[in-house]
Design a protein around this ligand. Structure first.
Ligand code: ATP
Length: 302
């Protein structure tokens, strides 16, 4: 029962400001916090916290922040032997400014994340990996190589097609379970507004299906998640909680789903558990620090 994540690792620098600066303006920051981030890292932490052996493949720069992020990941129980440190390349960073009004501006520089290559993937062994989990913050060519190898080995291939990118759609045929939120679904299905009701969600999701045996999961925020297959579509209701910070909710959902499927749970139960894990995560600040462990999720579900 193992999860293999291929994905991004970022240093998130979050500065609070009274008001966002206008072009050319300098404003004083009220505070600065540095976090482990990146969808790959967050999802790997969420999976590992569920008690399932989790490997992360990716790249950081040969700088202090790269080594620090690897150590942090290892502290969460993620196996980082497949994370390369690339000299002369910066670690990926997200610069986030949050105003008092809660409006924000974010700049993400991919740095080393953009340098993950098909060769790096081909050089590792994925023998015995039950679930492969990717997002779109690392190059699609590397994901394609991993999914093709996974198909030959009978692994379950899960793609969280976020952020929505045109090159993402080319990976859908290689995917067994595709996970998108409502905004991403609207983008990929070329809709002018986000689908809300289960009926609209399932019609839109089926537009993304390229094989009859695929499953599409659409996360619906507090409402939970819709599971759409060729012949059925059902809603797994979200858990009612008081949300404090929804950053990383989607990542928590994906990581927890991968872990529970790797542990042999059936899909409906796994989605129920992923909803519970994500609902717990929105009650705490931050992404990685808010991911619950298996005991917390089990206690919440009792
Ligand atoms: P984010 O970008 O904030 O990480 P997302 O847009 O990728 O999230 P969402 O659909 O908003 O994804 O949320 C993912 C999952 O998190 C949902 O399917 C649900 O299980 C859980 N969730 C999100 N918001 C809430 C909430 N307010 N209350 C309970 N559960 C929530």
């Amino acid at each position: 029962m193992t999860v293999f994540v291929l994905g991004s690792i970022n240093l998130d620098a979050v500065a609070r400001v009274d008001d966002l600066p206008r072009p050319g303006e300098t404003v004083a920051g009220l505070s600065l916090e540095l976090f482990l981030g990146g969808k790959g890292a967050n999802q790997a932490v969420a999976a590992a916290r569920m008690g399932v052996a989790t490997r992360l493949m990716g790249a950081v720069g040969g700088d202090d922040s790269g080594a620090g992020l690897k150590a942090k990941l290892a502290g969460y129980g993620v196996q980082v032997g497949d994370v390369v440190e690339l000299p002369g390349v910066p670690t990926g960073q997200a610069h986030v400014w949050v105003a008092n009004s809660a409006e924000n501006m974010i700049v993400v520089t991919a740095g080393a994340n953009a340098m993950v290559t098909p060769q790096q993937v081909a050089a590792t062994t994925i023998e015995g990996q039950r679930v492969l989990l990717c997002q779109l913050e690392t190059p699609a060519t590397a994901i394609e190589t991993l999914f093709r190898a996974g198909s030959a080995k009978g692994a379950l291939r899960i793609l969280n097609a976020a952020p929505a990118l045109p090159q993402g759609a080319a990976l859908f045929p290689l995917t067994d379970i595709l996970i998108v939120n409502q905004t991403e679904l609207a983008t990929y299905a070329k809709l002018d507004r986000e689908p809300v009701k289960l009926e609209e969600v399932s019609v839109a999701a089926r537009k993304l299906m390229s094989r009859p045996d695929q499953t599409i999961i659409v996360t619906l925020g507090a409402a939970g998640a819709a599971v759409v297959r060729r012949d059925e579509a059902f809603l797994v209701e979200g858990k009612k909680v008081k949300a404090v910070d929804t950053v990383g909710a989607g990542d928590c959902f994906c990581g927890a789903l991968a872990a529970t499927l790797a542990a042999g749970m059936d899909l409906a139960e796994a989605v129920e558990t992923a909803n519970a894990a994500a609902a717990l995560s929105v009650q705490k600040a931050g992404a990685a620090p808010s991911m619950p462990n298996r005991r917390e999720v089990e206690a919440f579900l009792e």
